[in-house]
Design a protein around this ligand. Structure first.
Ligand code: AP5
Ligand code: MG
Length: 191
C-alpha cells in the first residue's frame, strides 16, 4: 500500500487532482473536507457542531478528523493505497497519521505539494463561489483567512516532512491536464 499526501493551500487543486489520480492509480481518495461537508449535509450532530467553524475558515479540532481517517483506513480493501487530501493539516495530525499507519505496518510515502500563486488561489475560489454553495467560498475575508490559517498551521508540516525526505513540490499553475501530468509523473515513480 502506498500512502500519498496531496498538499497545498485552499484552491490549489487538491480535490480536482485527487479525483483524477485516484482513478488513474486505483487509490482511495480521502478528503476530510468532503467528509465534514457530508456530515453537514446529512444534518448529523457532528456536522452541526463543525459547520460554523468551517464557514469561518478555521480548522476543526484535530481529534475529529483523526477519528474520521482512522475509520476509513480500517474499512477499505482492494486498493493500491491512500491519497490524503486536506489531511493532515497540523503537525499534530501528521504525527497521529504516522502512528496510525505505523500500527498497520505502513508509512507516509510522499508529500506532493501544489505551488500556486496567491492571486490565482483567490481567483479560483471566488470563481467557485458562483457555481457551488460552499459557504467558505462566499466571503473574500473567509478566503483570506483560510489562506492565513494554511500558512500558520498547515505549512509547518512541509518542513516536518522535508526532514524525512518526503517533500516533493509540484508546479500547480496552468491547466488541470498539465498539472495532472506533472503529478502522475511523480506518482508513477512510487507505484
Ligand atoms: P477543504 O475541503 O480541505 O478545503 P480547502 O483546503 O480550503 O481547499 P479547497 O477544497 O477549497 O481547495 P482544493 O485545493 O481542494 O482545490 P479544488 O480542487 O477544490 O476544507 C474545508 C474546511 O474543512 C477547512 O477550512 C476546515 O474548516 C475543515 N477541515 C477539512 N479538513 C480538515 C482537517 N484535516 N483538519 C481540520 N479542519 C479541516 O479547486 C478549487 C477551484 O479551482 C475549483 O473550482 C476547481 O474547479 C478550480 N481549479 C482547480 N484546478 C484548476 C486549474 N488548474 N485551473 C483553473 N481552475 C482550477
Ligand atoms: Mg478540496
Amino acid at each position: 500500500m502506498v500512502n500519498i499526501l496531496i498538499f497545498g493551500p485552499p484552491g490549489s487543486g487538491k480535490g480536482t487532482q485527487s479525483v483524477k489520480l485516484a482513478k488513474q492509480f486505483n487509490l482511495l481518495h480521502l478528503s476530510t473536507g468532503d467528509m465534514l461537508r457530508a456530515e453537514i449535509a446529512a444534518g448529523t450532530d457532528l456536522g452541526k457542531r463543525m459547520s460554523s467553524i468551517m464557514s469561518r475558515g478555521e480548522l476543526v479540532p484535530d481529534e475529529v478528523v483523526i477519528e474520521m481517517i482512522a475509520n476509513k483506513i480500517d474499512n477499505s480493501t482492494g486498493m493500491a493505497g491512500f491519497l490524503f487530501d486536506g489531511f493532515p493539516r497540523t503537525v499534530a495530525q501528521t504525527a497521529a497519521l504516522e502512528e496510525m499507519l505505523n500500527e498497520r505496518a505502513m508509512k507516509i510515502d510522499s508529500m506532493l505539494v501544489l505551488d500556486v500563486d496567491h492571486d490565482e488561489l483567490v481567483k479560483r475560489l471566488t470563481g467557485r463561489a458562483e457555481l457551488t454553495d460552499r459557504p467558505d467560498d462566499k466571503d473574500p475575508a473567509v478566503i483570506e483567512n483560510r489562506i492565513d490559517v494554511y500558512k500558520a498551521k498547515t505549512e509547518p508540516i512541509i518542513s516536518y516532512c522535508s526532514k524525512k525526505g518526503l517533500y516533493q513540490p509540484v508546479n500547480g499553475m496552468g491547466t488541470i491536464d498539465d498539472i495532472f501530468e506533472r503529478l502522475s509523473n511523480k506518482l508513477s515513480q512510487l507505484i
